[in-house]
Design a protein around this ligand. Sequence first.
Ligand SMILES: Cc1cc2nc3c(=O)[nH]c(=O)nc-3n(C[C@H](O)[C@H](O)[C@H](O)COP(=O)(O)OP(=O)(O)OC[C@H]3O[C@@H](n4cnc5c(N)ncnc54)[C@H](O)[C@@H]3O)c2cc1C
Length: 294
Amino acid sequence: MPFGGVVKASAFSYAKPSSLSELFDLMEMYGDRAKLLAGGQSLIAALNMRLASPTVLLDINGITELSGIEVKGDVVRIGALTRHRSLEQSAEIKKHLPLVHKAMPFVAHAAIRTRGTFGGSVAFADAAAELPACCVVLDANIELASRKGRRIVSARNFFKGLYETDLQPDEVLISAEFPKLRVGYRSAFLELARRHGDYAVVGVAVHGKFQDDMFSDISMVFFGVADRPVHAVNAGRALESARLSPSTINTLRSAVSLDLETYGDIYHTAETKLHLAKVLAGRAVSIMALGRET
Ligand SMILES: Cc1cc2nc3c(=O)[nH]c(=O)nc-3n(C[C@H](O)[C@H](O)[C@H](O)COP(=O)(O)OP(=O)(O)OC[C@H]3O[C@@H](n4cnc5c(N)ncnc54)[C@H](O)[C@@H]3O)c2cc1C
């Protein structure tokens, strides 16, 4: 069949465990012939294009432990099965993780956001996706579990490459914990896409302190520019103790050049992406400093 024609998934069976222990039994039984099904918004397309042909889909939607948003102490925990729409509409997320709140309208379209899940997006690790960038910029901790036990991986070490993460074949992504917004901290989230709802051509997430007209402790992450979200360490340093001015923006743009080794794609060259990243970086820190909503 020519590329672009109607394609259907190859035959598979289906199981819906209702607990993690049941899920681990099934994962052990099927090994790499199984695929976990969360919202299905990326997986089903991959099956229909025959990019994956699992023998069985293990639907994790019946495992209640994986759902929900919880604020406890200084952290916000987002369960893997939390739908994009729930994040977008959550008052707790808006209050404690305003960056995530700002990012959500950029994730696909409303219909996809009602099914797609936080954990699915993070586990899928598309380099142009918004939620992985939020995890890295806010320095989230990702909780993974297998039959052998649980472990925590910093989001900054979790994304390994294009659709590649630290998640092992016998593991499930359980949740992520984010530090709550602290006093004096602000954020901005911007992206350029060919059409609203498409994956980003280039995007930037910025979070840090802006107090007494001065930037400090700034974390900046670009997405859509390389094989994973890129933490722009030089950009953060360039803003330390700086005030918003044309010269600060110029220094920031030079720092972004040091941070990014951009990849081109079928629509944009690496040079165009770098140029766009620098423009977005300048806009994002201006928005932060001026206290405007993105
Ligand atoms: C037209 C369209 C436009 C889109 N645009 C965007 C966009 O702009 N930005 C964006 O970020 N996304 C976009 N998406 C993807 C969407 O956000 C998906 O919902 C998301 O990438 C995957 O989440 P899911 O819950 O649907 O996962 P699924 O499709 O069910 O699973 C995706 C992968 O993750 C694995 N997985 C799922 N959950 C877990 C878990 N808890 N532990 C371990 N592995 C797990 C699955 O086995 C599978 O390999 C778009 C999708 C479509 C169809």
